[in-house]
Design a protein around this ligand. Structure first.
Ligand code: IVH
Length: 672
């Protein structure tokens, strides 16, 4: 190899890294992808090959180095270069006003405040040396935390390398923020955990913390963590005048900054923001437990200083978690797709965080025992991750002596077969592989939204089809005819025709949905997508061996074994052939990657001044997901996104009954 060949390769490596870093930033931080996934994957593979050929130029900040090897022992400790403080809490407008009184009293003048969402995750400290991520640590006791670098590297929205801003990269910079798990990911993770007989996480915060403390970065990578950054510790080589200016720096340097922060020039404005936040926060795709109010001027922050625990220039305005009291009327046991028995509380209906709740998850027998939950108890409930109603505690003082202790059934409530608790699992399972519940739940899963997404084929219709003996496995869906379906209870010609059209359309769902729909253990939505992208066809996947599977960045040993065992079953091979013969697409149409075109067919009109995005930016975000932006409102408009001083377009939307979104709701829709 000549020196000039080597030089050319080195330059190519550099260029590829830059391009990939830029694409990742557009995708994970700005949520506005600029290239197709296939192109990204192709470039990444090319870089991998070059780095293998020239190992002397492998660097830790390369986009190929997101997922490293598992650690054998526990996490080491790291000392934060500057301590990580906590925040004092306020629970009312009056407490905020007295905070303001202290601030202006000490400074002798008025100040501006930045109000930011208080993300309910776990605090993280990222240390960059000469622009490269050196280590990442949890908060710990504020002075010393656990070193979780390998796991933090798997979070795609966290840059491994800073983008220079005005040509400058700081010599040393500690960036602080919050790692969190979006609600949807939390819900999916817990569903998977329950199906696998494992104990679920109590809330997204615990799920994020648990995920960051995994020994195997591959597991963390599969957990869909994200991060918003909002603060700094030590900083050498850069200066700012105000916190808001620092937030802009963070954005430009490549970090994800929560776009919903506001600059307020009076405390009254802050209070209004806190009040409106109480409703806004429910619409967000992640959890917040309040707002953080910070003095904007850094000079003023310095003058105010800190107590031993908290800065005097900031205050957390916290919401009380929404809870309700009700009576637990009964406990029912359901059987899931993998045979896991799940106890569910039947409650006296009660209003909670916007809906009427009449059932709540009790997870497993250990959960019932730990909390000593009995039938007839008065219980306190909440929504875990704002979605899933859950029993938090019992009120023993309300007991009358008539409450009954519940025991999990010894036999499957569906088939009467034996129930076993497998070693290492918290769940009891029906071990009869022919249990009708397994078949029914598997069919419901097959047609569900993240799977084949067959409209109109929910639990009730699946029940009816099974009862009528029309389906025995998913391939039978594709052999249904209108007459037979129309004859089902509460069906009729029209709905039967619609259902068959939806089933027909699902044939085009693509390989990643199909793989998820088949319900292989340990294969969630994300893993299914990875497999589909890597192999491109069912046939290629069927020929893969353990090594090939495990070479994929997000596939571990447990998943690889589960995939192989599943695909080797004769019944599965037959099912695949029948699905294929029915015309179900067994390849991945790369350009129609799930997510990229989710807003297809929707028309948006933007009006007024949005708090953080310009109308043009909002338009780019909408179009990136396949939506259309139009200048005028008509009956056909799907959404009007209205900001401040929205005029006639907003009025027209209201007259026509077109749905109106504010910026937060738009962002939530985009992040869904
Ligand atoms: S500022 C010295 N800003 O809340 C300033 N904290 O209850 C310290 N948190 O430990 C933090 N969102 O983990 C700040 N926008 C935000 C935040 C935030 C969430 C967390 C953080 C902190 C805890 C204090």
């Amino acid at each position: 190899m000549t020196a000039s060949q080597e030089g050319a390769a080195r330059q190519e490596i550099e260029e590829l890294r830059q391009r990939l870093q830029e694409y990742s930033y557009q995708y994970y931080v700005l949520d506005a992808p600029v290239v197709e996934d296939v192109e990204f994957d192709g470039l990444l593979r090319k870089l991998q090959q070059l780095e293998e050929a020239y190992p002397q130029w492998k660097t830790a900040d390369s986009p190929t180095q997101r997922i490293g090897a598992a650690v054998a022992s526990g996490f080491g400790k790291v000392r934060h270069l500057e301590p990580m403080k906590s925040l004092a809490n306020a629970f009312s407008a009056a407490e905020l006003q007295s905070f303001h009184g202290r601030v202006t009293g000490a400074l002798g003048q008025d100040v501006q405040y930045v109000v930011e969402p208080k993300i309910d995750g776990l605090a993280i400290n990222l240390c960059y040396q000469d622009g490269v991520l050196l280590w990442a640590a949890t908060r710990g006791d504020g002075f010393e935390g656990e070193e979780v670098t390998a796991n933090v590297r798997t979070i795609r929205s966290i840059p491994l390398k800073l983008r220079p801003v005005n040509g400058v990269v700081p010599a040393l910079l500690e960036v602080r923020g919050e790692v969190f798990m979006p609600r949807k990911s939390f819900q999916r993770l817990n569903e998977e955990k329950e199906e696998n007989g494992e104990a679920p996480f109590a809330n997204p915060r615990n799920a994020a913390a648990g995920s960051l403390r995994q020994m195997d970065p591959q597991v963390t990578a599969d957990r869909e963590l994200d991060a918003f950054l909002y603060g700094h510790g030590v900083c050498e080589g850069l200066e700012w005048q105000a916190h808001s200016e620092f937030l802009s720096y963070l954005k430009e340097a490549g970090f994800k900054v929560n776009p919903l922060y506001r600059l307020c020039s009076t405390m009254d404005e802050v209070v209004v923001r806190c009040e409106e936040w109480d409703t806004l926060r429910h619409e967000l795709p992640y959890e917040t437990d309040g707002l953080v109010v910070k003095v904007d001027s850094l000079a003023a922050q310095q003058l105010l200083g800190s107590t031993a625990k908290d800065p005097r220039w900031a205050m957390a305005y916290k919401f009380q978690a929404e809870q309700a009291l009700t009576v637990l009327l009964d406990i029912e046991t359901g059987v899931g797709r993998t045979g896991v028995l799940t106890p569910t509380a039947v409650l006296e209906p009660v209003r909670l965080a916007g809906t009427t709740v009449s059932r709540a998850s009790l997870h497993n027998e250990d959960y019932l025992r730990e909390k000593d939950i009995r039938i007839g108890d008065t219980v306190r409930i909440h929504k875990a991750g704002e979605i899933i109603p859950e029993v938090l505690a019992v009120l023993p003082e309300k007991r009358t002596g008539t409450e009954r202790v519940f025991s999990m059934p010894k036999h499957c409530p569906e088939c009467g077969g034996p129930v076993e608790r497998l070693t290492g699992e918290v769940a009891q399972r029906c071990v009869n592989s022919a249990c009708p519940a397994l078949l029914r739940e598997g069919l419901i899963h097959f047609s569900s939204r993240d799977a084949m997404n067959i409209d109109g084929l929910g639990p009730a219709v699946v029940h009816a089809l099974l009862k009528a003996g029309l389906v025995k496995d998913p391939a039978d869906f594709y052999a249904l005819n209108v007459e037979a379906v129309a004859a089902l209870e509460r069906m009729g010609e029209k709905s039967a025709a619609n259902l068959l059209a939806a089933i027909e359309a699902s044939k085009q769902a693509g390989l990643s949905r199909l793989l998820f729909a088949l319900g292989m253990r340990h294969v969630g939505v994300k893993a299914a997508r990875t497999l589909a992208r890597a192999f491109g066809s069912m046939e290629a996947l069927q020929q893969a061996d353990e090594m090939t599977l495990m070479a994929l960045p997000e596939v571990g040993a447990k998943m690889a074994v589960s995939i192989l065992e599943y695909l080797q079953k004769d019944a599965v091979k037959l099912l695949v052939v029948r699905l294929q013969e029915a015309g179900v697409v067994m390849t991945e149409e790369m350009t129609q990657e799930a997510g990229a075109n989710r807003l297809q067919g929707l028309t948006f009109v933007l009006t007024g001044t949005l708090p953080s995005l310009s109308r043009q930016e909002a338009g780019v975000l909408i179009e990136a997901q396949g939506g259309k932006v139009s200048g005028s409102v008509s009956k056909k408009t799907s959404y009007v996104v209205a900001g401040e001083a929205a005029g006639s377009k907003l009025e027209k939307a209201q007259t026509l009954g077109v749905k109106v979104l504010d910026e937060a709701a738009l962002l939530a829709l985009l992040a869904e």
